[in-house]
Design a binder for this molecule. Structure first.
Ligand SMILES: C[S@@+](CC[C@H](N)C(=O)[O-])C[C@H]1O[C@@H](n2cnc3c(N)ncnc32)[C@H](O)[C@@H]1O
Length: 293
């Protein structure tokens, strides 16, 4: 998990750095392929970072070490994209991103401060309709449950945007109590993020033998759920994505230093080749990670 350093800086764990390495590997492959397509039908392709972050976060295990965050990974990708969009809700972070204009003066950089759901749906997606012969790669990397399902749907509907999502597994499980049904607000919140909530009622079971106290309130839990397996939740999310995108990669689980699953990273695309490449990158990452254990 990352924590906030000074002046909008992030301090990030090993797994976040691995996420950025996976992003950089895929961006390289994507950009080489898209650049080739520009020789025929493609007019332009863009990188869109909906949660741009602090640009140069520090490493948790050595706070003197700076890591290149996602905007830098994208700007360093060769061949270059035709344009870059960076969005963040935080003014301080947007100011950090602004500083990149001088360093990458040959890149076309668009920066917006605000809620990325609104900016993606109202401003960016309408600029890349299918008829534009333009394509975009969208990185969705929230801390928690900030990506609305309606935004994912909107991006899928363009048929021009592929999305690389860092889905917060822990953000979802944390909201679901073990010994009682979730409150309606929780169900509503999860519906906003996952697009469906049928699965929530399925994981809870009613318990028999309700004991009541003097006031008629249950003293024992009335319903309960088993431990939610991260693999199951991640594949539930990728199945949801399959309803919107023709091709979806398998999820790769990102774990913290105590081996708890925090996020699931996956790609949803309009191209089968993109999924093949992503799955290969994920396979290699997991093999090396397992060797290192
Ligand atoms: C995990 S960090 C992003 C890290 C960055 N992608 C990287 O890899 O270097 C999440 C960022 O999202 C921003 N944020 C949170 N909610 C947001 C929203 N609704 N729209 C846009 N940005 C948001 C936070 O300010 C924070 O900078």
């Amino acid at each position: 998990m990352s924590r906030l350093g000074s002046e909008g800086e992030d301090v990030i764990g090993r797994w976040s750095e691995e996420k950025l390495d996976l992003l950089a590997k895929y961006l390289k492959a994507y950009s080489v392929i898209m650049n080739e397509q520009k020789k025929s039908w493609l007019r332009a392709y863009y990188y869109i970072d909906a949660f741009a972050g602090s640009v140069r976060p520090r490493a948790k295990e050595d706070e003197q070490r700076y890591i290149d965050g996602s905007p830098l990974r994208a700007l360093q990708t060769e061949p270059q994209f035709d344009g870059y969009w960076f969005v963040d809700v935080s003014q301080q972070r947007v100011e950090r991103v602004e500083e990149l204009r001088a360093e990458f003066s040959d890149c076309v950089i668009n920066i917006r401060q605000g809620n990325c759901n609104e900016i993606l749906c109202n401003e960016i997606a309408p600029q890349i309709p299918y008829s534009s012969k333009r394509r975009a790669f969208v990185f969705l990397d929230p801390y928690g449950l900030q990506v609305d399902w309606e935004t994912v749907r909107e991006l899928a509907n363009t048929k021009t945007c592929d999305i690389f999502v860092n889905f917060s597994v822990m953000g979802v499980t944390r909201l679901l109590p073990r010994d009682q049904n979730p409150e309606p607000e929780v169900i509503e919140r999860l519906s906003k993020v996952m697009g469906s909530t049928n699965w929530i009622t399925e994981i809870y079971r009613e318990l028999p033998e309700i004991q009541l106290d003097l006031f008629g309130n249950p003293t024992e839990p009335t319903s309960s759920r088993d431990t939610i397996q991260a693999e199951w939740l991640a594949s539930l999310y990728t199945k949801q994505l399959q309803a919107l995108f023709p091709h979806v990669s398998r999820p790769v689980l990102m774990r913290n230093s105590t081996n708890s699953v925090l996020y699931a990273l996956c790609l949803a695309s309009h191209k089968q080749t993109a999924i093949k490449i992503t799955n290969q990158i994920f396979d290699r990452y997991e093999r090396l990670r397992d060797l290192g254990r």
